[in-house]
Design a protein around this ligand. Sequence first.
Ligand code: ZN
Length: 439
Amino acid sequence: MEYKMLYGIWIVTFALRMLSVTAMTGKVLVVSFDGFRWDYLDIVSGIKNFPKFAAEGTYAEYMTSTFTTLTFSTHYSMATGLYQESHGLVSNYMYDPVFNESFSPRCPTANDQKWWGGQPIWITATLQGKKAGCLFWVSSEVEFDGVLPYLWRKYDNSMPFHERVDTVLDWFAYDDIDLGLIYFNQPDKAGHKYGPRSPEVAQQVRVVDEVLGYLVDGVRSRGLDSTLNVIVVSDHGMTNISLDRMIEIPRHADWSLVEQFVEVGAICHLFCKQGQLDVVYEQLARVHPNMTVYRRDDVPVHWHYSRNRRIGDLLLVMDEGWSCTENKTFSWNKNKGSHGYDNRLLSMKPIFMAQGPDIKRGYEIEPFMSLDLYPLTATLLGITPAPNNGTLRIVQDMIRKYTPRTKAVIEANNAPVATPVFGISLMTTTSLTLWRCLA
Ligand SMILES: [Zn+2]
């Protein structure tokens, strides 16, 4: 009798739980403005749509990106909810010693799944019966076990911003997608060329401010505002760099002992010839007070950036504003701005704001890790996330319809998860759970 009763309760609980997952019909659009440093909102005059959007929804003063604060790596962390050592996109340029192959965003094999660990949100959604549309988000052209987003476009830097907005909003209006992601390459481009405090960056901030207004108007004019939650983010901040704060690494080490020199700027990976790691470490360790050299295993734990074979035998991390390079004469060294530095620096922090039918209005939440966007988006969509390093501890507070059913989804999405497996790594369930508590 007692057993039957318990079994009955279990059946009802299970049914409610399944109902809770399927009953949330909210749709989500995630918008990224590359390199939008959080305090542009305070230091750039003449912007109106970002403050209005934040006031009408929920915002955080800033987010904290995963380390390294580089575009591909951080966008992919937001998409998967994984630290970079977990998803394997450890920088924009990489070397994989097992593949014996290099990666760059423009290389012909960049869309090969072998480079991309974990599961992006649009694949998670697609596998659970949702329709996703991706416009230019990092990795949206990658086929994951034969699965692509329902709608996507090949990256076209020249597509005007208004056309990008119309394309994705029309996907919601006419193709009935549930999840959309859209990417804009400003104000990052201006930030690199002119530096974060330049009039040119201010101008581009005003340009994307107008684009955000156009997007909000487009959501309303298509009648999407009662179903669509819009999340606005960036991937990292920006800081000033200069030629007189550049260190030419080959001048300070016996280059015949170095196998691969990967990435330049805020960080650099060095892969050493067999048996030469200690020699090269000793040559570089005390070269400059503004450069810290780590053996892979000694990278500080808080960066979650050691357990992947694509992280160099030696990782060079520059202090803010300093750069490592092979040669100062390379053209990109003339840039006035850069990023990729320590994710704890305020200059590296990106923005977060969201509004929509399921998001609280006029609400501020405390800063959180950008990888929490993955479980947040999954919760708003009412789907079960893949294993990830994110947590809902902070971001769940922004959800307006905090009903028992929503609560069940949140609990399901906050449950301990299995260990993500990728590369040589990676983590134990214990450490993953710990990060959830500390995040
Ligand atoms: Zn950039």
